[in-house]
Design a protein around this ligand. Structure first.
Ligand SMILES: NC(=O)c1ccc[n+]([C@@H]2O[C@H](COP(=O)([O-])OP(=O)(O)OC[C@H]3O[C@@H](n4cnc5c(N)ncnc54)[C@H](O)[C@@H]3O)[C@@H](O)[C@H]2O)c1
Length: 327
């Protein structure tokens, strides 16, 4: 067990935050992990420990939250994701970049370290797609990708110029079961499980053969915490390391689910905005540097994720399975 640490999480109500907060509270004590978000937090999260409303676009509010809770580490998850960012590019810019700079300033003032997730969206149409290397052509064409790439550079700048210990991971699509995703391009890889369990069918917004890169939430959380615990001197790419676990198309995901739900049906109604985003992203990230520099090793693969997602979602809708799940 690591020594208890005062931690502040922004964007705690989101897909990643709603699982990162309990994960950190278990390790550091509930009272040491402050959950913040612009929007209301899930009740379980708010009940279990300190929480407050913080809009990361408000520099005074961010600074006050970091200082008041004497945060030693900030996990800055507040963001506008890819599809939402195409609907509101200006808002994505404000939250993803202005919000980031306020968090970095607050951390600098308080001497806190910072974790900032980046994304597979930093790559663009001119990047190699399978695998996308750690370094190379990074010319994203979406507002989300542009803010995430600029964010990586900003984080490097704050490290080099001001000595802020800021680190990040480039996440591919994250699959999880507590909070539904926030309008990204890979949401189908979560929604498809709810479709399978609740309705026996799902309409996918991407072409059946669109290959995308994924990570299960447990690996994402463990990766973030492992990176923050790593010796900073050994980090060649602190902002930000490629990480990945497995790749799949909607059709392959559906086939893997059908091994457990044989009657599951999928049809396709392509959303041109999200298809265009998916078509500019790599099919797979090269996570070699993360493996070499700080021991990145994901535990999940396609089959184990399908099993776990189906079990978790069924447990939520079926009390009999919930008892099994809790035992
Ligand atoms: N989920 C994925 O597949 C994925 C993939 C790659 C990278 N990421 C990155 O991981 C981080 C977390 O993503 P997520 O999936 O949990 O996103 P999400 O959309 O589920 O959650 C983001 C949270 O930020 C909050 N927020 C929005 N504007 C805010 C503001 N102005 N001030 C404070 N909070 C605000 C939202 O209320 C939401 O709870 C983001 O940086 C995202 O770019 C996620």
């Amino acid at each position: 067990m690591p020594p208890a640490e005062r931690i502040l999480v922004t964007g705690a109500a989101g897909q990643v935050g709603s699982e990162l907060v309990p994960y950190l509270r278990e390790r550091h004590g509930p009272e040491n992990v402050v959950a913040t978000d612009l929007n209301p937090l899930p009740e379980a999260l708010a009940r279990a420990g300190p929480h407050l409303r913080v809009d990361c676009r408000d520099p005074a509010a961010v600074e006050d939250a970091v200082r008041r809770h004497d945060a030693r580490v900030v996990y800055h998850l507040a963001a506008i994701l890819s599809a939402a960012g195409e609907e509101a590019p200006r808002r994505a810019f404000q939250v993803n970049l202005e919000g980031l700079v306020y968090v970095l300033d607050a951390a600098r003032g308080a001497g806190a370290s910072v974790f900032v997730p980046s994304s597979i969206a930093v790559f663009g149409p001119s990047s190699p797609r399978d695998p996308a290397p750690q370094e190379g052509a990074l010319r994203p064409t979406s507002m989300y990708g542009i803010t995430k790439l600029s964010g990586e550079l900003l984080c490097d700048y704050y490290h080099l110029r001001f000595g802020v210990d800021v680190r990040g991971l480039r996440f591919p699509g994250i699959i999880s079961h507590v909070t539904r995703p926030g309008r990204g391009t890979t949401d189908f890889a979560v929604e498809i499980f709810y479709g399978a369990v609740e309705e026996g069918r799902y309409t996918c917004y991407l072409e059946p053969d669109t290959r995308m890169d994924f990570l299960y939430i447990s690996d994402a959380l463990e990766g973030a915490v492992a990176l923050m615990a790593a010796d900073g001197d050994g980090l060649r790419y602190r902002n930000a390391y490629n990480v990945t676990s497995f790749q799949a198309t909607p059709e392959e995901l559906a086939r893997a689910i059908r091994a457990h739900v044989p009657e599951f049906e999928v049809d396709y109604e392509v959303d041109p905005v999200r298809q265009a985003l998916a078509d500019t992203w790599p099919r797979r990230l090269d996570d070699g540097p993360a493996r070499a520099d700080w021991g990145w090793r994901p535990r999940y693969d396609l089959e184990s994720v399908v099993e776990e997602m189906l079990q978790r979602i069924r447990a939520r809708t079926n009390p009999e399975e919930r008892r099994v799940d809790a035992s």
